[in-house]
Design a protein around this ligand. Structure first.
Ligand SMILES: [Mg+2]
Length: 403
């Protein structure tokens, strides 16, 4: 069996999504997500110019060898562009292998460790009151876990909150990045009131999550974690950047609020110390940005040794192909924690027909052989690429800060 052809499909049914399709000489094909938010074209070029030519004629059944070939063989290791490209190949090959085995992917990984996958949704509001209304909508839909983000008085824009109700909060709808203004002090003074209000209205059972989006220093994160302990968050996400992994020791020394990070990680080396020293509780590395199923499995197995659970990134900057693959992985992985879920646009769902289903706060991956997600290429072609960027962020005095 040989890889006959491979191609990259870029489509924008709401936002830019990049898909790699690999076809074999036996007619079986597989697809992988290659979307890197705001840097999509870099991965397209990496795949088209440097990866696809090396795949033609290779045996698609040799997933591990292909992974090593693209990782070790490139000489240049790691980094989001490289690891997203490798992930797209890896997921497409797992899709092919599972289709050849006539099995849903979770069976090939080792079978079910659970019957269904708990997901969390996103509730956002310009103020606490409107955020509570959004939480109620999620509760009505059956969600057992909700991420809550609200506007901060005196701060014109806040991460996770759209300027207008019902509009997406990212990406920027202009050809260049929008510029936001931020005050950590105002945020820290206000945001604990949001969790108090959610607990008061919804009681103790609802899982509450929150994303600080890398905007705090370690000691500020420690303060927030400590102050919100009475509200029993499921997790506090990305409270401070983790290039310096030991900085999480400061946060850990001060608070029992569970910590999650990892959506920008591309390898185990980005979180080895965080995991090994038990400085986090959930690892959020995604299949699409961290080298595919082959590599994320290594991360998850390593994390299991240190009581760290998975909590994969699952925002709409990842395509339904990533969601499908993640749900199979989540169904198998023994140390599963939770899965993020943001609904794709109806146009996106139409471009990517899929077998996964939502019911009462949980997903099931479906029983279709492979990862259960396909792409309608004709429909995809109706939505051409549009330049779009994540915003950049500045403090009130103009200093560039983490968005
Ligand atoms: Mg996040």
């Amino acid at each position: 069996m040989k890889i006959r052809s491979a191609k990259v499909i870029v489509t924008c049914p709401g936002r830019n999504l990049v898909t790699l399709k690999i076809e074999t000489d036996e007619g079986v094909y597989g697809i992988g997500d290659a979307t890197l938010n705001g840097r999509e074209k870099a991965v397209v070029a990496y795949l088209e110019d440097h990866v696809i030519p090396t795949l033609i004629g290779k045996d698609p059944q040799r997933i591990e060898d292909t992974w090593q070939y693209l990782y070790r063989g490139a000489y240049w290791r790691r980094g989001p562009v490289t690891m997203t490209a490798i992930a797209a190949v890896d997921v497409a090959l797992w899709d092919i292998k599972a289709k050849m085995a006539n099995m849903p992917l979770y069976q090939l990984l080792g079978g079910k460790s659970r019957e269904k996958v708990m997901v969390y949704g996103h509730a956002t509001g310009l103020d606490i009151e409107s955020c509570l209304e959004e939480v109620q909508k999620h509760v009505d839909l059956g969600y057992k876990a909700v991420r809550v983000q609200c506007g901060i008085p005196g701060v014109p824009t806040t991460y996770g909150v759209a300027k207008e109700a019902g509009k997406p909060y990212e990406p920027a709808d202009s050809a260049l990045p929008a510029e936001h203004v931020w005050s950590t002090e105002k945020y820290l003074n206000h945001v604990p009131k949001l969790f108090a209000a959610v607990r008061e209205q919804f009681g103790d059972d609802l899982h509450i999550l929150h994303d600080a989006h890398h905007r705090l220093t370690p000691i500020q994160a420690a303060r927030l974690g400590k102050e919100v302990e009475p509200y029993h968050l499921f997790w506090l996400e990305d409270c401070t950047p983790a290039e310096h992994q030991a900085s999480y020791e400061t946060i850990r020394q001060h608070t029992t609020t569970p910590l999650a990070i990892g959506e920008v990680f591309s390898s185990l080396h980005d979180c080895q110390e965080l995991i090994q020293k038990q400085l986090i509780d959930y690892i959020r590395a995604t299949i699409t940005h961290a080298g595919g199923i082959t590599n994320v499995r290594r991360i998850a197995d390593f994390a299991a040794l240190y009581h760290v659970k998975t909590g994969f990134h699952g925002a709409t900057d990842l395509s339904p192909v990533c969601m499908g693959a993640a749900l199979h992985f989540d169904t198998w992985v023994p140390n599963f924690g939770i899965q993020e879920h943001m609904p794709h646009t109806a146009e996106t769902d139409a471009v990517f027909p899929h077998a996964y289903e939502f019911k009462d706060g949980f997903f099931t991956p479906g029983e279709v052989p492979g990862h259960g997600v396909d792409i309608d290429e004709k429909l995809a072609a109706k939505y051409p690429y549009k330049p779009a960027y994540l915003p950049v962020n500045r403090l009130e005095d103009g200093t560039l800060w983490n968005w």
